[in-house]
Design a protein around this ligand. Structure first.
Ligand code: MSP
Length: 652
């Protein structure tokens, strides 16, 4: 997708008010927020819309069940969505409600226009209606002649007078649109599904109901007061009524939308009905409709009855909003389904965020403080580290298309490459060695390189993690704005000299799940219980002393890179190693491995280090860690990561 349009309109679906928000809703909104923030940062005039979908039989019934008036009920639930997004600092420009007066006027205007254009006629509808999906289904699509093919719930037979939209007349035009715009539906695999569906033939769509009245009335000139609009016609129109369609047209120059985000379950409405309605109204079609996958909980669909719904606020409060945002966007390829587990979230925080990103900032703070009175100066970076800069800029240049092709997980993956370049540069050039050798300018340049990489990464990470990146930019004395997006992230400029102050660690390590209440119920069935008990007894007989997972996590195990290795004079057994475990300086480790490994064997290899052992002295040398190794009658071998890992990566 090109960056040529000057305006960017980003939308989320509008959420039904029959339930409160869960992580599925938060996911859609967070992706849209990320795109909107990126658009603004890149200098586009941006309009970001979200809101609530409040009409229809489903909402009417939900209110009735609670003994509340439908409007009061809709007000209450709509406010919970708005409050949540405010709490999450979602940068929406408008929060629309389908009960807003202007919206309803716009929908009526659309109905009149479609009618005038000859696309609406009156007939009798006879068929099956699923209230839960607010959708009509022809009998051939039903499961066992009764049940909804989408949600499995029982459908109701409806026979009533109805207005119809001539959807069948748009079959060829829709197919032409899909054909001429290969990225109109993302991911592309989803576009193929839609094409197959349309090629199967489209039936005209019933767009009014007479059996209930919680909806938008037909325009007065239709003179047919017993009809209300079909909820999907009403709801889809929000994307243009929010811009003033049918009232003052105030923001209609934002149309067509740059990206309309939806979940895969509502693709048909957005990829077939919506463009057909727009064609009938003579409005341009959106640039991209992007359908994401479904979040499950420990492999199961979330539902209140199963008690496994993940509350996004609880997760964000416990783990940090930005960490939660990063996790959701990084964990799952866009379009694929994702499974929420605290373990996966903790791994991402400790590893990608703590170890790769946070630790890098700690290293700059450490280096600057120790060697340069806190000063960071990038002026000599190009003289010593041009190759590293080139690698970083090559990665940054790949980013923008990935974001707007909805490859957000790949965007983040690519954004992590500069961090690897930075971590590797520290291991390779070793500021502590440069300082020992008196190469102060080179060490300062290395420090400047790392700070510049952090700055560039935080500009591009800002749309995903706004709060954390603002903290980084404050520490590094620059601001995240369009000017620095142009200079630092798109361009090759570095940071102006500054003095760095210490800040609190951004990602304190999380040792164990922080939310016990959202852990799934014990899933062991009654029949299984005795078997499990029995196994435990057997193990106890075999004399195994069990420890809990919390005890295991008391040991801090980390990947280390041996950056220096030498023999300990006069010792047959000991090697003296300097091991980089992702801290300001390497740890000194005295290891009893000389019988099996020479100093050369160990140099530049990776090892597993117990990093929180009390320092000990061996032959007068302080050892600040222990290496994992396995020894049998054939000798000793080191335990190493199977593939190279960044120094300091936690093991567990
Ligand atoms: N009101 C309609 C949308 C009308 S848009 C003109 C609707 N509302 S919804 O509240 O049911 O769903 C809103 C969005 O949340 C959809 O994009 C849906 O895919 C998403 N999610 C709801 N549950 C979800 C998961 N478990 N996982 C991921 N997203 C899911 O549909």
């Amino acid at each position: 997708m090109s960056n040529s349009c000057e305006k960017a309109y980003i939308t989320t679906p509008i959420y039904y008010v029959n339930d409160i928000a869960h992580i599925g809703h938060a996911y859609t909104t967070i992706i849209a927020d990320t795109l909107a923030r990126y658009s603004r940062l890149s200098g586009l005039e941006t309009f970001f819309l979200t809101g609530t979908d409040e009409h229809g039989q489903k909402i009417e019934e939900a209110a009735k069940k609670r003994g509340e008036s439908t409007q009061a009920y809709a007000d209450k639930i709509s406010a919970t969505f708005k409050d949540l997004w405010d709490d999450f600092d979602i940068s929406y420009d408008k929060f629309i409600r389908t009960t807003d007066e202007d919206h309803m006027k716009g929908v009526q205007k659309a109905f009149s226009t479609m009618h005038k254009n000859g696309d609406i006629y009156k007939d009798t509808y006879k068929g099956h209606y699923c209230i839960s999906c607010e959708t009509f289904f022809p009998s051939i699509q039903l499961v066992d002649d009764e049940f909804c093919p989408e949600c499995g719930k029982s459908t109701t037979i409806v026979e009533e007078e109805s207005y119809f939209f001539k959807l069948s007349a748009y079959e060829d035009k829709l197919l032409k649109w899909y054909d001429e715009n290969p990225d109109c539906i993302l991911p592309r695999s989803k576009r193929n599904e839609v094409i197959r569906f349309v090629e199967g033939g489209l039936q005209d769509l019933s767009i009014t109901r007479t059996s209930f009245d919680w909806g938008v009335k037909l325009p007065a000139d239709m003179n047919d007061p017993k009809h209300v609009m079909y909820v999907w016609l009403d709801a889809l129109m929000n994307y243009v009524t929010a811009l003033g369609y049918g009232t003052d047209d105030a923001n209609m120059d934002f149309w067509p939308a740059r990206v309309q985000l939806i979940g895969k379950d509502i693709l048909r409405f957005h990829a077939i009905y919506w463009p057909a309605f727009l064609m009938s109204l003579g409005l341009p079609l959106p640039k991209h409709i992007a359908a994401h996958g479904w979040w499950t909980r420990d492999g199961e669909k979330m539902s209140k009855s199963k008690g496994n719904v993940v509350n996004p606020k609880e997760v964000a409060d416990a783990y940090g909003l930005d960490n939660f945002r990063y996790f959701m966007l990084r964990e799952v390829p866009f379009g694929g389904d994702g499974d929420f587990s605290q373990k996966a979230l903790i791994d991402r925080i400790n590893s990608d965020l703590g170890n790769d990103l946070g630790n890098l900032l700690n290293r700059v703070i450490g280096m600057s403080g120790k060697y340069f009175d806190g000063k960071v100066d990038s002026s000599q970076v190009a003289k010593y580290y041009q190759a590293e800069l080139d690698e970083v800029h090559a990665s940054l240049n790949k980013l923008e298309p990935l974001l707007f092709e909805m490859q957000i997980h790949r965007y983040l993956e690519e954004l992590w490459r500069p961090l690897t370049v930075a971590n590797k540069a520290i291991d390779m050039y070793q500021p502590w060695t440069l300082m020992k050798e008196g190469k102060e300018e080179e060490a300062m340049a290395l420090n400047g390189l790392i700070a510049a990489i952090l700055a560039k990464v935080s500009v591009m990470l800002y749309p995903v993690m706004p709060e954390v990146c603002t903290k980084i930019s404050n520490a590094l004395h620059f601001s995240i704005d369009n000017e620095n997006w142009t200079k630092l992230a798109k361009g090759t400029e570095l940071l102006a000299p500054f003095t760095l102050e210490k800040i609190d660690p951004l990602f304190p390590r999380i040792e164990e799940p922080l939310l016990t209440q959202i852990e799934p119920e014990d899933k062991v069935s009654k029949e299984d219980e005795p078997k499990i008990e029995k196994k435990k007894d057997l193990k106890e007989i075999e004399g195994i002393a069990y420890i809990g997972i919390d005890q295991f996590f008391q040991t801090s195990l980390k990947v280390g890179t041996v950056v220096q290795a030498e023999e300990v004079p006069k010792s047959k057994k000991l090697l003296l190693l300097q091991v980089d475990v992702g801290e300001d300086e390497p740890r000194q480790v005295v290891a009893g491995i000389k019988e099996w490994y020479s100093a050369d064997d160990m140099l530049n290899t990776q090892v597993c280090v117990v990093a929180n052992l009390k320092p000990a002295k061996l032959m007068g040398l302080v050892s600040q860690g222990m290496l994992l190794a396995a020894k049998d009658e054939n000798g000793l071998c080191m335990i190493r990561p199977e593939k190279p890992k960044t120094a300091g990566t936690p093991i567990g």
